[in-house]
Design a protein around this ligand. Structure first.
Ligand code: SF4
Length: 344
């Protein structure tokens, strides 16, 4: 049994004939989820005999960091491998007063957004909650962040709402040290998944990858929109229970000549009317190999677009990519790592 990702109940079962006292279960759980122990030997408040018995029955296995690329602004991008060969990405981005970690929920993505390298590379399996949490554990330890304030966003590879069991367990494990207010789940708009997310007792924050202002345009950019139309998505978001003071973040990847017109900018506030929200404009991170023919608009176009939203009293920010030099857009580092591994 891999202890990374184990729930309290699973640990209680494991410890049942070794030392079933509740405080022992709590101690082991804390070592794994709070202190992010990498080995049983680190659990110094457990008797040695207990650690040895646990070692006979279990392991602590995190994903292997195949590669870490560092960018000029302190951004660190990780390529992680799991024992079955699945490779995913995760990123640590230093911000003011905290670090934001972007984690992956699937080893690929079937959603197929045309502006995303992960989508172009195709579907991959769901990660378990422990495998997702393992990305967090390795980054926190390797970057010296244990105990430091972090935000976690599920905006890496995969569609989190197509892996709700994995995400739910990961959020439960993270919640030992990261408040759900500091965790954001980003979806391409899986309408049935929104209802399930809404039903969670400790709900993370919600972000929606919108990228279009008409159904037709959205279907062209995000094939999944044909299954869950914009109208249904917006209705589900209007019904989504938001805690006091919370807002939904709408991400809008800006693509030159495709979704960056002033008409788009004028339609957006009308579309989102009545939803407490903010809009994040994200100029495309280009990739000549996988995203040929797509480009980010120039700065003047982006500013004009943002200006229209601001004039309509929307809360808008432009997210200039941190760490282009480390292949920061979703799927780009994995694409490179896979290419390099495949090369003779
Ligand atoms: S943007 Fe997100 S949902 Fe779309 S293909 Fe990429 S990983 Fe999947």
């Amino acid at each position: 049994m891999n202890l990374v990702g184990a729930s309290r109940a699973e640990l209680a079962t494991l410890l049942h004939d070794l030392d079933p006292r509740p405080y022992r279960v709590a101690q082991v759980y804390q070592w794994l989820t709070r202190r992010l122990a990498g080995s049983l030997d680190e659990m110094t408040n457990l008797p040695k005999a207990l650690r040895e018995s646990l070692a006979d029955r279990s392991v602590i296995r995190d994903p292997e960091a195949l590669e870490v690329r560092r960018g000029g602004e302190g951004t660190a991008k990780f390529a992680f491998a799991y024992p079955d060969g699945a490779v995913v990405e995760a990123v640590a981005m230093p911000m003011e007063g905290h670090t934001t970690l972007c984690l992956s929920s699937q080893a690929g993505c079937a959603v197929g957004c045309v502006f995303c390298v992960t989508g172009i590379l195709g579907a991959g399996r769901n990660l378990t909650g422990g495998e997702i949490f393992g990305q967090y554990r390795v980054i926190m330890r390797q970057e010296g962040l244990v105990g430091a304030p972090v935000n976690v966003v599920f905006m890496g590879m995969g569609e989190p709402l197509l892996n709700l069991p994995g995400i739910t367990r990961a959020v439960e494990l993270l919640a030992e040290t990261v408040s759900p207010r500091r965790i954001t789940v980003s979806t391409a708009g899986i309408v049935p998944g929104l209802a399930k997310l809404a039903a969670l007792e400790r709900r993370p924050k919600l972000a929606v990858s919108l990228n279009a202002t008409t159904q037709e345009q959205r279907e062209r950019l995000m094939p999944i929109a044909a299954r869950w139309p914009l109208e249904d998505l917006l209705a589900a978001l209007r019904a989504f229970p938001l805690e006091r003071g919370r807002r939904i973040t709408f991400e809008y990847v800006m693509l030159a000549g495709i979704n960056d017109s002033l008409d788009d900018a004028r339609r957006l506030p009308r579309l989102l009317r009545g939803i407490p929200c903010k809009v994040n404009l994200i100029p495309l991170n280009p990739d000549e190999q996988y995203l040929a023919g797509l480009a980010a608009p120039d700065e003047a176009t982006i500013s004009a677009f943002a200006g229209v939203l601001a004039a309509a009293h929307m809360n808008v920010t432009v997210r200039w990519s941190k760490g282009r030099d480390v292949a920061a857009a979703c799927g780009q580092l994995r694409g490179q790592v896979i290419r390099e591994r495949a090369a003779p």
